[in-house]
Design a binder for this molecule. Structure first.
Ligand code: GFP
Length: 803
């Protein structure tokens, strides 16, 4: 948008007076932040309503991206950047004596997600608006986001994350668009006499779903899409309502949108999670149908104008819910409704881990959603009957939805959608050939791959301004929307000056991060060291433990040979463990205890440091990634569906140290073998071990001296404070089979780390690798990913840029 600095300053002062009745001098950062937020909203308002109107008037097909998680990060700078006014506002504020960065810190980082899946959804909505795809997010407005992580004595402690305490400046409550969602009670069907059945509900609990909309601003294109998050409230009561029963009901209803991930270690917690899933699905689908009707087309054309995307299985109830509406409210016959539903729905699988494959007990759904259970059972019955004619019984039994008293959500999502995609080529192949092979035999044409992506605007333009400026100087700034233009940087691969400038940018970022670590943790780290980063959810398959065992081996090496020729290293971890995942929490404690040991050992000086940042999330990622030299992507091959921190880190010039897992395989294709450091088992080798059962972790403990020493340290008191954890982890590796082949890959990993050490010593070689990584990262932009979803899955228009 066009905005002069003068006009901005006037608007800002005026808004401050209007909202707070304050002059500039009396105001503090909090008021200034909210003022700026409100001002941005006022700038966006016209384009937002224009975009919505245009979608209806032009009869555009619209996409609704259903996700339990949207891990947005702070939005202030991202909104300013996309509006094209970041520099104007920064300068204008500075004239007024205000530091934009200070206002940025006021905004809470809303943790409405857990890891890669939620952050992917956030990258997608940014890219969809920028690619001019008529697409909206649909999720839950959790009152409390993912817990705030604190380390107490090295243990993870979870504290509530009250992100809404001071209000959310970006959202608008849309009372007029509220809908009712029904739970519990009984339902019976009656013939209407007109050829359809009418459901009657008794004793159902009604919940008011109130949408809160936020603008999703496209980059410099005047498009503003919507992120709609639903909040659960008590419907208006009549005069006879008893006060105490109202309060009781209110608590129960409001708990639906209270927390992300209710405690799933008990029945109530699991029931609540199922409620959440149906709550936002039903509210979303109802509001889509209501909106669709504004186009005045018959319901039979729904799939021509609406695409609903199911992000992982959590929103899979979209399928029976749309069927419910088509059958019970639109009075369609089953065949037509089913055909329409399949054509509307598409589904992404994000993991092959069995624990994440949702299954709900049928009685639980029966109690909570009596009409939905009827529809699910009917979908299942027809599937068995119709497919049973074409395929053998075993195949149909293994793929049906209802089995062993459970509803298998992935099965429902596949059967009820026209498309299922994996999130990296390797992952999609594993789905087709292994995990979902029976479905692939039945529906080969539904399967397709869409490799994940990240938005280069947040992850480079905003997070790493020094690098952004360097790139702009070298190749211009078209990569903001045409990210593969970054490949032009390859022309500078032998240009010493550019490589030195790149080194200087990295150094500045490392100094900045080192300052942050010193201020927040009281720990001094040396910016000349290699900054080696592993940032992701804590999970055994991601193998933070492999990293830690190797750190211990370096520590012992330095203790025994203080003169050992190692380039100084700072190992940086950021990770949260799910509250009920004991093993992951034990690993956190162990990492913290090892950090205590190493960081305070005077023999080690600054040769080795271990930094475990507390409360890792989007804002911390934005600080860490620009400072990273090495990107640890060391999951057991076959287990990480894609990974996205691998893409963010390479885009910022880190060299990837990786197994051939997830999108690492594609990263290797693009950067070439010389610009990535690989190690470890390959997927086929892992499957081979599963088949022949010849992996004996204990042998590695017995025969490998370095490992023996390191593993013993877990149980012989070397690591003070983590005795119980040390034992548990030792047992998991040595006695109970080492599920994720940590010991098997250890030597190869250590050798790869030595290669890193050698490569880093030659600054020009290293910077050349960094440059090639940056230049090759464009293909991993979520702009391209969503453009492929648009054309190949949703059949909607987008502004497509050449790759
Ligand atoms: C999950 C998968 C990742 C994948 C993301 C997004 O994320 O491999 O990149 O979804 O598709 F595991 P996490 O929950 O592991 O963070």
């Amino acid at each position: 948008m066009d905005l002069s600095k003068r006009k901005f300053k006037e608007d800002f002062k005026k808004m401050l007076t209007e909202v707070y009745s304050m002059g500039l001098k009396e105001s503090e950062a909090t008021e200034q932040f909210f003022t700026l937020g409100n001002l941005i909203r006022s700038y966006v308002a016209k384009n937002w309503s224009r975009t919505n109107q245009a979608y209806i008037e032009k009869g555009k097909k619209q996409v609704y991206y259903f996700s339990m998680e949207f891990l947005l990060g702070r939005m202030l700078k991202s909104n300013l950047l996309n509006l094209g006014i970041l520099e104007t506002v920064r300068d204008g504020l500075s004239d007024l004596g205000i530091d934009l960065e200070a206002l940025v810190q006021i905004e809470p980082d809303p943790g409405l997600g857990n890891g890669g899946l939620g952050r992917l959804a956030a990258c997608f909505i940014d890219s969809m608006a920028t690619s001019e795809i008529p697409a909206h997010g649909n999720g839950i407005r959790y009152k409390y986001g993912l817990f705030k992580q604190k380390f107490v004595n090295g243990y993870q402690v979870e504290l509530p994350e009250n992100w809404l305490q001071n209000g959310n400046v970006w959202e608008t409550r849309k009372m007029h668009a509220a809908v009712t969602v029904r739970f519990y009670g009984h339902v019976w069907l009656e013939h209407s006499g007109k050829g359809y059945l009418v459901p009657h509900y008794e004793d159902a609990q009604e919940v008011l779903a109130v949408p809160y909309d936020s603008a999703v601003i496209g980059f410099n294109n005047e498009i503003v899409n919507t992120l709609r998050l639903w909040s659960a409230e008590v419907p208006p009561q009549d005069e006879s309502t008893d006060y105490w029963s109202f309060i009781h009901q209110r608590n129960e209803i409001e708990s639906i949108s209270e927390v992300l991930y209710p405690d799933d270690s008990n029945y109530e917690g699991r029931l609540l999670r199922l409620k959440q899933e149906y709550f936002f699905v039903s509210a979303g689908v109802q509001s889509i149908i209501r909106h669709y009707k504004k186009m005045h087309l018959g319901i039979e054309h729904l799939a021509e104008k609406v695409a609903i995307h199911i992000n992982d299985t959590h929103p899979a109830l979209c399928i029976p819910e749309l069927m419910r509406i088509l059958l019970d409210e639109e009075h369609m016959d089953w065949e037509h409704a089913w055909h329409l539903t399949i054509n509307t729905m598409s589904y992404t699988n994000h993991t092959i881990m069995t624990e994440a494959m949702e299954k709900w007990p049928i009685e639980m759904i029966q109690t909570l959603l009596p009409r939905i259970v009827q529809i699910i059972c009917e979908i299942d019955r027809r599937y068995v009957m119709e497919m049973g004619r074409l395929f053998d019984t075993d195949l149909i039994q293994s793929t049906r939805i209802v089995e062993g008293g459970h509803v298998r959500m992935a099965h429902m999502a596949i059967i009820g959608s026209h498309s299922i995609n994996g999130v990296a080529q390797l992952h999609t192949n594993i789905l087709k050939e292994k995990v979902l092979h029976p479905f692939y035999l039945i529906y080969p044409s539904k399967f397709n791959n869409k490799t994940n992506g990240i938005t280069q605007r947040r992850w480079l333009m905003l997070a790493n301004e020094p690098l952004r400026h360097l790139i702009d100087r070298k190749i211009g700034n078209e990569w903001a929307t045409m990210p593969t233009e970054l490949k032009m940087l390859k022309a500078f691969r032998e240009d010493k000056r550019t490589l030195q400038e790149l080194a200087e940018v990295k150094r500045q970022n490392k100094v900045r991060f080192a300052r942050f670590v010193e201020e927040s943790m009281g720990l001094e780290i040396n910016p000349e060291a290699i900054f080696d980063v592993q940032i992701k959810r804590l999970h055994a398959y991601k193998r933070q433990l492999l990293n830690l065992l190797h750190i211990l081996s370096l520590y012992f090496k330095l203790k025994e040979h203080p003169e050992a020729d190692l380039h100084p290293r700072v190992f940086i971890f950021g990770a949260k463990a799910a509250p009920s995942y004991t093993y992951a929490k034990q690993i956190i404690k162990l990492i913290n205890s090892v950090a205590e040991l190493i960081n305070h050992d005077p023999d080690i000086h600054d040769k080795l440091k271990l930094v475990f940042v507390e409360n890792y999330g989007v804002s911390l990622a934005e600080r860490i990634i620009p400072a990273a030299d090495v990107s640890e992507q060391i999951s057991l091959a076959s287990k990480e569906a894609s990974g996205t921190s691998n893409m963010k880190l390479m885009l910022n010039g880190a060299v990837t140290l990786a197994t051939l897992d997830g999108a690492n395989v594609e990263i290797r294709e693009h950067v070439g073998e010389d610009n990535i450091v690989l190690f470890g088992l390959r997927t086929d080798e892992v499957y081979h071990y599963y088949k022949d059962g010849t992996y004996h972790a204990h042998d590695y403990y017995e025969k490998n001296q370095v490992l023996h020493r390191v593993l013993n340290a877990l149980i012989d008191g070397t690591i003070p404070g983590a005795e119980a954890e040390g034992y548990a982890i030792f047992d998991s590796l040595v006695r109970y089979g080492d599920e994720y082949f940590v010991l098997r890959d250890f030597d190869d990993y250590a050798a790869a780390q030595e290669r890193i050490d050698r490569l880093y010593r030659d600054s020009l070689i290293w910077q050349k690798m960094a440059l090639i990584n940056i230049a090759s990262a464009g293909i991993f932009s979520s702009d391209y990913t969503v453009q492929q979803y648009a054309s190949q899955i949703w059949d909607v228009s987008s502004k497509v840029h050449r790759i």
